[in-house]
Design a protein around this ligand. Structure first.
Ligand code: DGY
Length: 307
């Protein structure tokens, strides 16, 4: 970026304060935020006349009011595709780690509590042969489906649109038009849809209650998609077997009740955190800026969602 443009960097990567955000968008031509920067309509109203492009360093754009940006003639781009495999790996890792109690096992070793094998020692649950329900069958959902197939799981999915028949056949996935009906029949649910106004609390208390008490919930997408309070109540009451969460409803705050639970694995939003992925994201940001500055439509332009 420094070779190509006149750049001001947030060198220590601290989350910008409101004043810093206002200062940045008031003075630059291109702003490169990430998911920790809330770019709402009020902030966009304060954008300077030079700001023409918000080139997000990341895939999710739920922290940006894309419609407000568009109304002000500001183009928004993101970095799709390059986080897919890493995020799918993390979902799969949680899918194995929660039912097989990997974190409990590692803690036992570290605390010196391991006194030898026994037949009932740290028994978990098998995922081979179980039914996985994927919510959101875009790039990441499909990448999870491919992995899950290799783990011997039966893959099911709910998506706004059904996959093309060739792709559905390739990943051997069963489509459920009704999310409610799918939820009631799955052993593991993994969330891979974006957070939009339409998916806020998609897994509401009512829907969570449709899950089998033996089911596990994996979320590597966005915390806001799940009613976290309802999830916690159900986990505490044994109405759900466990959860693997890489994202939280009020991130970076984590509900303290979750911290005391044995049947959860909590990760600090690290699903895409690989060096390779971050380099790819940076390259995508640069390509988008370059294309835009050269007068082309940037390849990863984001348009406002219809809901
Ligand atoms: C994104 O880019 O939206 C991811 O959540 C970062 O991990």
């Amino acid at each position: 970026m420094m070779e190509l443009f006149d750049v001001r960097l947030n060198i220590d990567d601290h989350p910008f304060s409101k004043d810093e955000l206002i200062e940045a968008i008031g003075s630059c031509d291109v702003f490169v935020p990430n998911l920790t920067n809330q770019i709402d309509a009020a902030l966009i109203a304060k954008a300077g006349p030079r700001l023409k492009l918000i080139a997000n360093f990341g895939n999710g754009i739920d922290h940006i009011d894309v419609a407000a940006a568009r109304a002000k003639g500001i183009v928004v781009t993101n970095t799709p595709g390059v986080l897919t495999e890493d995020t799918a790996d993390m979902a799969m890792a949680l899918m194995v780690a929660v039912p097989r109690r990997l974190v409990e096992g590692a803690a036992m070793i570290q605390s010196g509590a391991f006194k030898g094998w026994s037949p009932t020692h740290l028994l978990g649950h098998r995922i081979f042969g179980k039914r996985l329900g994927i919510i959101g069958m875009g790039r990441i959902g499909t990448a999870v489906a491919r992995r899950a197939k290799g783990f011997g799981m039966a893959v099911h999915y709910h998506n706004r649109r059904r996959l093309r028949p060739e792709l559905e056949a390739e990943v051997e996935a069963t489509y459920w038009e009704s999310l409610d009906q799918m939820l009631a029949r799955m052993d593991v649910i993994s969330i891979h849809c974006p957070h939009t106004p339409a998916t806020f609390h998609l897994l509401s208390e009512r829907r969570l209650k449709l899950l089998k008490p033996t089911a596990y919930l994996i979320n590597t997408a966005r915390g806001e998609i799940v009613d976290e309070e309802a999830l916690i109540r159900m986990l505490a009451a044994g109405q759900l077997a466990g959860a693997g969460l890489d994202v939280f409803e009020h991130e970076p705050a984590v509900n303290p009740k979750l911290l005391t639970m044995k049947n959860v694995i909590l990760l600090p939003h690290m699903g895409s955190a690989t060096i390779e992925g971050r380099i790819n994201m940076g390259e995508k940001v640069i390509i988008n800026i370059r294309a835009f500055c050269d007068g082309h439509t940037p390849p990863d332009r984001v348009l406002p969602t219809s809901g």
